[in-house]
Design a protein around this ligand. Structure first.
Ligand SMILES: [Zn+2]
Length: 376
């Protein structure tokens, strides 16, 4: 394919996804993505939840399969059924909306996979505060937070069957969790689990599972917590529910080397370029690349035998809020360039997903330990 032909700024889908545009046809033939869906009450979920967390620490030695020297994952946050008729589009316009960029990337790069982190019942009119200074005035802050909260159920995914079918038909795409509401009702609103008790986290997860079940949408056992925020209580609740992984670290600035640690957003002190078991017994991933990164950073992570973890947010603009890593023509062109480079690396690069890496690491745990945990 002529590289210029697929540039996002020059290449637009003109027909609905449901009518099967030819470029989508090309990739649907290589479905399915990979893993059996997560079910909280299935035996392996229960087994993992009962495995002592203290036995899990550090970087899993064999997180890369034999013959692979480095890996890449691509994740998109904030996906929910919001349309261009709402405050902002976040997937609800299907192939006419923001996810058209993902379709273009998947079409142009046949090895690429993606994890969409979906919010069960998104309840924020705006994903971030438009006027931070106003938040210093308590009365205004309270009123804004009330105004900003959508009624319960407005964006609940099980009420949008076309959106669910669209997600299910995306090739080489897995679904992960991104909170119940993405809105805690107080400033800062997007940190859904800030100050939440462990019991509240358990109830939130139960609510998420219920909604995903009602939507009949399978998901992998992991969450990108809103605002990167992970407390001990949330980690315990996730693990007890059978979830195995979390994406709670972001570092776009630290120099890349094998021992580098994350020090920017969310959980710090975790490996910058490898998955790592964290206290609480979840496998953590550090996002280390986004729209503002340079391709040299991607090259360095691969050269160091690491996991290149690329993040995008589905929302680009909401009022005066503009996401630096929101999907758009410019970021899409940037990502084409990154994936073009990765395609030159060769067969020893593992094009994978967070769900697949976590499944591999869990499967490698000593079965004797899991059996022992079941006997407790
Ligand atoms: Zn988010």
């Amino acid at each position: 394919m002529d590289p210029d032909k697929r540039r996002c700024s020059r290449h637009r889908l003109s027909r609905p996804f449901a009518t099967v545009p030819s470029e989508v046809d090309a990739v649907t033939s290589v479905r399915p993505a990979s893993l059996p869906p997560f079910a909280p009450d299935r035996s392996e979920s229960t087994s993992f939840a009962r495995l002592p967390a203290r036995g899990l620490a550090g970087i899993p030695p064999d997180w890369l399969p034999p013959g692979k020297k480095a890996a890449v994952v691509f994740t998109i946050d904030d996906v929910h059924p919001g349309t261009s008729r709402d405050s902002y589009e976040a997937g609800g316009d299907l192939d006419h909306g923001q996810l058209r960029f993902l379709i273009r990337l998947l079409t142009a790069h046949s090895k690429l996979r993606a994890t969409l982190f979906v919010t069960a019942d998104w309840r924020a009119k705006h994903p971030s505060v438009s006027h931070p200074l106003l938040m210093h005035i308590p009365g205004v802050r309270r009123l804004w937070c009330e105004w900003n909260t959508l009624p319960e159920g407005t964006m609940r995914i099980d009420r949008f069957p076309r959106f669910i079918e669209f997600l299910k038909n995306l090739p080489r795409v897995e679904i992960g969790l991104h909170g119940l509401t993405h809105n805690r009702g107080r400033h800062p609103t997007h940190l859904e689990y800030l100050d939440a008790s462990e019991e509240e986290c358990r109830r939130s997860l139960a609510g998420i599972f219920q909604i995903f079940h009602a939507a009949n949408l399978a998901f992998v056992p992991g969450m990108s917590p809103p605002g990167w925020y992970l407390s001990h209580g949330l980690a315990r609740a996730m693990r007890d529910a059978g979830l195995t992984f979390v994406g709670s670290s972001r570092d776009l600035v630290s120099a890349v080397h094998r021992e580098a640690r994350s020090g920017m957003s969310g959980l710090t002190g975790t490996s910058l370029i490898a998955p790592q078991w964290i206290s609480g017994g979840l496998l953590n991933f550090t996002t280390n690349y986004q729209a503002t990164s340079t391709i040299d950073r991607a090259r360095s992570i691969i050269d160091h035998g690491g996991l290149l973890a690329i993040k995008a947010h589905v929302i680009k603009r909401a009022g005066s809020y503009v996401a630096l890593d929101g999907l758009g023509d410019e970021y899409c062109d940037h990502l084409h360039a990154v994936f073009d480079y990765l395609e030159t690396v060769g067969e020893d690069l593992w094009w994978t997903s967070m769900g697949e890496i976590a499944a591999r690491c869990v499967a490698a745990l000593p079965q004797a330990s899991i059996g022992k945990a079941n006997d407790l």
